[in-house]
Design a protein around this ligand. Structure first.
Ligand code: PMP
Length: 439
């Protein structure tokens, strides 16, 4: 009997070794890591350069509190991030994970408006069926009713508009672009409803991950969102905790949408599983306003800017850029989409296969023609996940809410080093798991 307080009461296998795209458990069973855990392990397991960077830093110094010191790895990581960041992004605040980064983003937005004489701006607008983290502020931003309800009332006043899910909500005869504009215009209507002088930020994932299985926005959607934010003086926070760090084939997913955020959050792929690390990046304009105001961001965590975590993040980013992994993500991502389409495209219970780069989602439906979802009580995504584990495949069950019902999706986010043969292995194991899970 373990004393570890886990996520669920279920007994789990014990992971003892990781090598490349595979994890081995204590019983000697080998699993292909088809989702990098939850889009975390972008370089695969046991990367020699990342291990060496952590070890080298450990020989120097493991920890120096950021109230007293800065460090080489923290500065090097921030510099490299900014050299490759979206336009206008100039400062990096290092944290220990995604929820912390989202919390910091919300607090920074609030402080920015307070210090620029707009104290009435305190509301956040997000989207239904979104996930931005599990701490109370990040949870408040998220739009998954079932995650929020146990912990209400939440800390940040947030309202939610429709997500940009063209695959499900586009009306007959409506073009994808028109649908995107219609979905984006919900932001304008919501700002008007709340009163523009009370709204501080809109937060969204460029490609929706954990709640819906890799759904990219329609072309033009984020451009319209940016226009609306600019019109009302509202900050655009893009949450790239899951879809950032090259996962979609560009370092930041928003590059493909042609928009630059005011604040962007990253985490998972930054530490790549080697260290807990996240970051909140903001524009020079926000930073300057606060620097010229109170002079300090009222925030801080003991492990913020941790040297070992920063060394890991720097090594990961160096590997992604230096080994030219972004073109590889695009090519292998296209190969994965093709393999999934060939194997599952006509499956009676597969409603959609989509994504960008090595970030792909498979929607499972009761009826392929009508796209009716399964009865939530069947917990289809969890059953497919278990069947996949039994087959030696890790895939991420993404169960959001669609039309008030829980939908079923499988998220695939393998390491960027996945080979063509491993893509075939993944597809084959997933197809068998879907059939077993639905049986
Ligand atoms: N934002 C998004 C988009 C995420 O997917 C996640 C994690 N699934 C988080 C925030 C929270 O990150 P963490 O689990 O590292 O706190």
């Amino acid at each position: 009997m373990t004393h570890v307080f886990g996520r669920s009461g279920a007994a789990l296998p014990k992971a003892v070794r990781g090598e490349g795209c595979y994890i081995t458990d204590a019983e000697g069973r080998v699993y292909l890591d088809g989702s990098g855990g939850a889009a975390v392990s972008c370089l695969g397991h046991s990367d020699a350069d990342v291990r060496a960077a952590i070890q080298a830093q450990l020989e120097q110094i493991a920890f120096a509190h950021t109230g007293f010191f800065t460090s080489d790895p923290a500065e090097a990581l921030a510099d490299l991030l900014i050299q490759n960041a979206p336009e206008g992004i100039e400062k990096v605040y290092l944290l220990s994970g995604g929820s912390e980064a989202v919390e910091a983003a919300i607090k920074l937005a609030r402080q920015y408006f307070l210090e620029t004489g707009q104290a009435g701006r305190h509301r956040v607008i997000a989207r239904r069926q979104s996930y931005h983290g599990n701490t109370l502020g990040a949870l408040a931003a998220g739009g998954n009713a079932w995650r929020r309800e146990k912990y209400a009332p939440l800390l940040v006043e947030t309202s939610h508009i429709a997500p940009c899910f063209e695959y499900r909500f586009r009306q007959e005869g409506e073009s994808a672009e028109d649908y995107g504009q219609r979905a984006a215009n919900e932001l304008q209507a919501e700002i008007e409803r709340l009163g523009p002088e009370t709204v501080m930020a809109f937060i969204a994932e460029p490609v929706v991950g954990a709640t819906a299985g890799a759904v990219p926005a329609v072309k033009g959607y984020f451009k319209r969102i940016r226009e609306i934010c600019d019109h009302y003086g509202i900050l655009l926070i893009l949450d790239e905790v899951m879809c950032g760090m090259g996962r979609t084939g560009t370092l930041f997913a928003c590059e493909q949408d042609g928009v630059a955020p005011d604040i962007v959050t990253i985490a998972k792929g930054l530490g790549a599983g080697y260290m807990p690390i996240g970051a909140m990046l903001c524009s020079g304009a926000i930073y300057d306003a606060i620097a010229q105001g109170s002079g300090s961001f009222q925030h801080g965590h003991t492990y913020h800017g941790h040297p070992l975590a920063a060394a890991a993040g720097h090594a990961v980013l160096t590997a992604i850029l230096g080994r030219d992994l972004l073109p590889q993500v695009r090519a292998r991502g296209a190969a994965l989409q093709d393999a999934l389409t060939a194997r599952l495209g006509q499956h009676p219970h597969v409603g959609d296969i989509r994504g960008r780069g090595l970030f792909r989602g498979v929607e499972l439906v009761a009826d392929r023609a009508t796209k009716d979802t399964f009865d939530p009580g069947r917990n289809v995504h969890a059953r497919v996940k278990q069947a996949a584990m039994d087959n030696g495949l890790i895939c991420y069950p993404a169960g959001g809410t669609i039309d008030g019902k829980r939908g079923d999706h499988i998220l695939l986010a393998p390491p960027y080093i996945i080979s063509e043969a491993q893509i075939d292995e993944l597809t084959d194991k997933l197809a068998r798991a879907i059939d077993t899970g639905l049986a």
